[in-house]
Design a protein around this ligand. Structure first.
Ligand SMILES: N[C@@H](CCC(=O)N[C@@H](CS)C(=O)NCC(=O)O)C(=O)O
Length: 227
């Protein structure tokens, strides 16, 4: 019997395109039958360092267009986006690693809770324009998504074990060729591996896995309509 195809979704909560891809994948997973999905937190800053890449917001030639593209993409998918004007200062000063380690603690307790918290971090940072770097930020997000033992989760996330898992996940991403986020690794039923970069590659993944196409009806309708 052949195995189920699997999608490994490598993401960082600092990355707005990881947020967009997460929401698209969340819609698709109800339509794509027989595909298993693993969500893997990674530290994008380390990926950038390892590969010599830079965040588009830090390259002047890319920064303006990348913000326009991000706004357009979020609008297209109906994802509320309010980037904070100090975002670049924030990423120079803070790391998202504490939030990512919290996700790893939650993953051990309840995978769905981890996904709710990941969305909570993105909502807070990219839709509400607030920080996700300090204890008070974590408390708000964790409470909002229904975590009962908030303080315990935050304390546990400081254990070395979670720093190690995050490093291992990130290394695995780099080994797969990741230079940005989201990085999506698809393992087909016949054990072939295919990597994709970005939240805008789902039509190619649908094709590879012979699953329904993710384009919304309005585009499909336009394609079919008479010239
Ligand atoms: N076209 C991609 C862009 C994804 C993207 O720019 N991701 C950022 C992080 S939010 C990144 O890692 N960029 C690295 C690069 O552009 O080389 C999409 O629509 O998702």
């Amino acid at each position: 019997m052949s195995k189920l195809p699997r999608i490994d979704y490598y993401f960082d909560v600092i990355s707005p395109y990881s947020y967009i891809g997460f929401e698209i994948l969340h819609k698709l997973k109800h339509q794509w039958k027989g595909v298993s999905i693993r969500y893997i937190p990674i530290f994008l800053g380390a990926i950038m360092n390892e590969t010599g890449n830079r965040s588009p917001g830090m390259l002047p030639a890319k920064a303006a267009m990348s913000m326009t593209d991000l706004q357009r993409t979020a609008k297209f998918w109906n994802i509320p986006l309010t980037p904070n004007p100090h975002f670049i200062d924030w990423i120079m000063k803070y790391r998202p690693t504490r939030a990512l380690r919290i996700l790893l603690v939650l993953e051990e307790q309840d995978k769905e809770l981890m996904l709710r918290a990941a969305r909570g971090f993105w909502l807070r940072l990219w839709s509400r324009s607030e920080k996700i770097f300090e204890d008070s930020d974590f408390v708000e997000v964790l409470k909002a998504v229904g975590v009962k033992n908030v303080r315990e989760v935050i304390e546990k996330s400081k254990e070395e074990k979670y720093a190690k898992i995050l490093t291992e996940n990130t290394k695995k991403g780099v080994d797969l060729g990741a230079y940005g986020a989201p990085w999506i690794n698809v393992l087909t039923a016949d054990d072939e591996e295919h990597s994709f970069f970005g939240s805008d590659r789902f039509h190619l993944i649908a094709d590879l896995l012979q699953q329904p196409h993710p384009l919304p009806d309005k585009l499909l309708f336009n394609q079919k309509s008479k010239m």
